[in-house]
Design a protein around this ligand. Structure first.
Ligand code: PHE
Length: 359
């Protein structure tokens, strides 16, 4: 019937032009609501003769379906339009440069960690990691420190409540357990450093209960003390950015190295608040080292008859304090913004060997 077709084309045109969801809803009510134009026509079916109804029924059903479908389609389209408008209004231009007044800075420990990693990467060392909560076995026993060994008292250990399995855990007292983890998983040649957090029950101007060490481990055929000395020397020259340094090795003792040495660097502290390297009468302690004890190699599945190795563990915080003139180790971990602003490094000033490590 002509007026059904006409009504349909009118309604579809109005629906397609509905500017927003409210207008669309008003149109829906006016067509499909209880008293809507389409609903009224549907009601008229009841008054028709059976023949009329046979032809009119499908036409009216078609009209109702067409209008319902058009409303749903317009509703979806309006949703898309609204979403696109919102996305456009909330867009952020990530290519804009940062504002000059941005306040973030890189913590000196992060900076020093980056510098050390870079120096050793240049010498062909990989970076290895281990967890802060460590097996007692890896922190002590496999490093040739059995349960009743006096060296356990030397390191004022934080013990950790049982973790569910049978093994005892500690907060690692040094980064040396990463030696164990590395050797258990890799056969020589091994050349790694492992910077990270370490913990001991200790706190004063030069000791913090949480501090940082950097461990180095080299295991291969024919490794000897000369390799250790050269590596420590090259590292110190690169780190302190000076060409002439003087190192002193003192005999020491660690259960996991034999022989064991501690390294000091010549420096001048005669002017208060200043430190110069390479000259002077003072010595600065870097940390412990030695040739990996054959028993430690064997404990970790490496044949001590074929391989030898050296290791050292230096205090990272102390090196940062010396390089950047920071007097109190505890200030590293106080999160005082004024301190960070003073000692921090520009966030985008990434250290590099050719561009300069520290600036
Ligand atoms: N782990 C020792 C310490 O914390 C340092 C060390 C590392 C000594 C490697 C020898 C070899 O004091």
């Amino acid at each position: 019937m002509a007026d059904i077709a006409k009504l349909e084309s009118e309604l579809l045109a109005q629906i397609a032009a509905a500017p927003d969801e409210a207008a669309l809803e008003a149109l829906r009510v006016s067509a499909l609501g209880k008293k809507g134009s389409v609903s009224e026509l549907m009601k008229s079916l009841g008054t028709m003769s059976p023949e009329e109804r046979k032809t009119q029924g499908p036409l009216l059903n078609g009209l109702r379906d067409a209008v319902t479908g058009a409303i749903a389609a317009r509703k979806a389209a309006l949703g898309d339009i609204a979403l696109n408008a919102r996305l456009a209004s909330e867009a952020i231009d990530v290519s804009l440069p940062p504002r000059p007044e941005s306040q973030g800075s890189v913590h000196p420990i992060s900076q020093v960690l980056e510098e050390i990693t870079l120096i050793f990467a240049d010498m062909g060392f990989a970076v290895a990691e281990g967890p802060d909560i460590e097996y007692d076995d890896y922190n002590f026993t496999k490093l040739n420190i059995p349960p009743d060994h006096p060296a356990r008292q030397m390191q004022d250990t934080f013990y950790v409540a049982p973790q569910g399995d049978e093994s005892a855990h500690v907060l690692r007292t040094h980064t040396s357990p990463v030696q164990v983890r590395t050797m258990l998983n890799h056969q020589p040649p091994i050349r790694i450093i492992s910077p990270g957090r370490t913990y001991r029950v200790d706190s004063d101007a030069t000791h913090s209960p949480m501090f940082h060490q950097v461990e180095a481990l080299v295991v291969d055929r024919g490794i000897h003390l000369g390799h250790l000395k050269w590596t420590v020397e090259e590292f110190c020259k690169a780190f302190f950015e000076i060409d002439t340094i003087e190192l002193r090795a003192r005999p020491s003792f660690f259960p996991f190295t034999e022989p064991s040495l501690e390294w000091d660097m010549r420096c001048d502290r005669s002017v208060p608040g200043q430190i110069k390297f390479g000259t002077g009468k003072d010595w600065l302690e870097l940390g412990g080292s030695g040739m990996v004890h054959p028993r430690v190699l064997a404990n970790c599945g490496i044949d001590p008859a074929r391989y030898t190795g050296f290791a050292f563990g230096f205090g990272l915080d102390r090196m940062a304090m010396l390089k950047y003139g920071i007097p109190d180790i505890r200030s590293f971990f106080e999160s005082d913004l004024r301190w960070l602003r003073h000692y921090g490094f520009a966030a985008l000033d990434i250290p590099s060997l050719d561009g300069g490590l520290s600036r």
